[in-house]
Each structure stands twice: as C-alpha cells, then as structure tokens.
Design a protein around this ligand. Structure first.
Ligand code: C2E
Ligand code: CA
Ligand code: CA
Ligand code: CA
Length: 279
C-alpha cells in the first residue's frame, strides 16, 4: 500500500500538492478563528460632498496567530465554499451593529453609518431577514444607520425572493447598496426592479478615469442611471483628487478610497473621522 501511495503521488504536481495542503490547513484554522476571536473589523471612511465623514464600510481581516494579518481575498472564497461564511458574516453584522449602538450615545458620532458586505450564501438563507432583525434587536442599533452591500450576481439569483427580502428589511429602515456596480452581466431592467438606496461604482472604472475614455463614460452612465432612479451613487477606489473632481463634476459626491484613508482599525477611524477632507 505504501508503494502504491508513493506511485500515486508522482502523478501530482508538487506545487499543486502544496496548494491542497495549504488549503486544508487554512480550512482547519478558519474553523477555530471565530471561537478564538481572531477576526478584526477595519473601517474605511466614506466621505460626503462637504468633505465630512458620513460613515464607513467595514472590511474583515483575520489576525492569524502565525501568518499575521490575512486579507479577505485569501479566506472569504474558502469560507464561502465551506459555509463558514454564514457564521463569519453574522459576526461581522453583530460587531458592526454593536459599534453603531456605541456611537449612538456619542453626539460627535451618532450620525455615522456602517456599510456591511453580505455574501451571496448568507443572503440566500431562508431566515436572513430574521437574522438581521434579531441582531438589530439584540444590539439596539438603529436600522437606518445600517447599509447592506449586495452584489449583482446574488441579487439576480432569484429576483422575486431578493426583492421580498430587501423590502422586509427596508421596512425596518435598513439600506441597500449595489456593490461593484457595472461589473456584472446582469440586465438593467432586472436591476432597476430592485429596491436599492445606492449604487456603488466599482473601483475598476474609477481607476481608469482620465486614462480610458470608455471607463469615464461608464462612470457617467452609472451616475446618470442612479440619478434617474432617484438613488445615491458612491464611488469606491478613489485615489486621486482628479478622480474626485471628475466624479463631483458629473454628480457623484460620495466617495471612498485611499485618497481619504485606507481601511483602518476602529481607534484610528474614530480619530480620523473628525477631520474634514477638503476638496
Ligand atoms: P469590496 O467590498 O469591493 O471592498 C473594497 C476593497 O477595495 C477593499 O479590499 C478595500 O480595502 C479596497 N480599497 C478601498 N479603497 C481602495 C483604493 O482607493 N484603491 C484600491 N486599490 N483598493 C481600495 P479588501 O478589504 O481587501 O476586501 C476585499 C473584498 O473582500 C471586498 O471587496 C469584499 O468583497 C470582501 N469582504 C471584505 N470584508 C467582507 C465581509 O465582512 N464579508 C464579506 N462577505 N466579504 C467581505
Ligand atoms: Ca463592498
Ligand atoms: Ca466594492
Ligand atoms: Ca470590488
């Protein structure tokens, strides 16, 4: 049996073997991460027209005991595959709502909103609405300070069910933003049926403002679409004042990106949010 095992291994690319092992190790570590309190929320400021902080998007990081800070791109896809995203997503939501509740008592911060990313698998759960409702009740957070970021693919999974869930949560005051807008394959007529509060222009278009004419046109089109739907539009990945100015000139005056701040731990966010980001 030993020999057969040896021979079998020869058919594998050693690099592929290493990747399989690394994945198994990560899956195992991920299982302990919640219980051992290894997840952290980082806050990336969202800035309004007057240059004031209106809130933040919360972005998860994994403080791994040996590997250090692990970015979501490295573990969220795996967590989605294994289903661990359900527990992780609930932790993110609860932590964000607890923070909203804390700010509520602080006049300088009570206006802040938090945007939370929701994975497809999380949103698809039959009791997702009940989960959000329970978290709002448990934490005492104001629903109208919470914004959920959805992606096109998940919203189009089952449009009628998506609309029903969104409406139930909107009745409580929860807002919805369509993340990475413009990158999906979805038809516009579907998207306009969704009860959205905001479109979020994907950073891939923002990055090419001033570089690629077609992307600048897409940005203008998305802004125009939001305006005709009567909803907000925010741009992510804003890195330069030229991008900010282009966006403002074309009617998008909500921004997020490294120009203002990278995602940072809570303490840093609370310090920097008091400042104004002058044009
Ligand atoms: P996303 O939701 O599109 O988040 C925006 C990403 O762009 C973040 O990466 C952010 O750090 C980065 N970013 C922000 N401003 C700039 C900029 O000016 N320039 C550039 N180049 N990048 C910028 P991050 O934090 O690595 O997150 C990656 C993705 O992981 C997120 O993309 C989101 O899809 C997912 N993710 C993060 N946190 C969560 C979470 O709590 N739950 C779920 N389900 N997914 C999450
Ligand atoms: Ca997002
Ligand atoms: Ca995004
Ligand atoms: Ca993105």
């Amino acid at each position: 049996a030993k020999t057969a095992g040896r021979n079998a291994v020869r058919f594998f690319d050693p690099r592929m073997q290493a990747a399989v092992t690394a994945r198994a190790a990560m899956e195992n570590d991920l299982r302990k991460a919640l219980a051992e309190d290894q997840f952290r929320l980082y806050y990336q400021v969202q800035v309004g027209q007057g240059g004031q902080a209106i809130g933040a998007e919360v972005l998860i990081r994994w403080q791994h005991p040996e590997r250090g800070l692990v970015m979501p791109g490295e573990f969220i896809p795996l967590a989605e595959e294994t289903g661990q995203i359900l527990a992780i997503g609930l932790w993110v939501l609860r932590t964000a709502c607890l923070q909203l509740r804390h700010w509520e008592d602080d006049p300088a911060r009570a206006h802040l909103q938090l945007a939370v990313n929701v994975s497809a698998r999380q949103f698809r759960q039959g009791d997702f609405v009940d989960q959000v409702f329970a978290v709002l009740n448990e934490t005492g957070a104001r629903a109208d300070r919470l914004k959920l970021e959805l992606t096109e693919s998940m919203a189009l999974d089952n449009v009628q069910q998506t609309i029903t869930k969104m409406n139930a949560l909107r009745a409580l005051g929860v807002g919805f933003s369509m993340d990475d807008f413009g990158t999906g394959q979805s038809s516009l007529s579907y998207l306009t049926r969704l009860p959205l509060d905001q479109l979020k222009i994907d950073q891939s278009f923002v990055r090419n403002i001033g570089i690629q004419e077609t992307d600048a046109l897409i940005v203008q089109t998305i802004i125009g679409m939001a305006q005709s739907l009567g909803i907000d539009v925010i741009a992510e990945g804003v890195e330069t004042t030229a991008q900010r100015e282009f966006l403002a000139q074309h009617g998008c005056s909500l921004w997020q990106g490294y120009l203002f701040s990278r995602p940072v731990p809570l303490e840093n966010f609370e310090q920097l949010m008091a400042q104004r980001y002058a044009a």
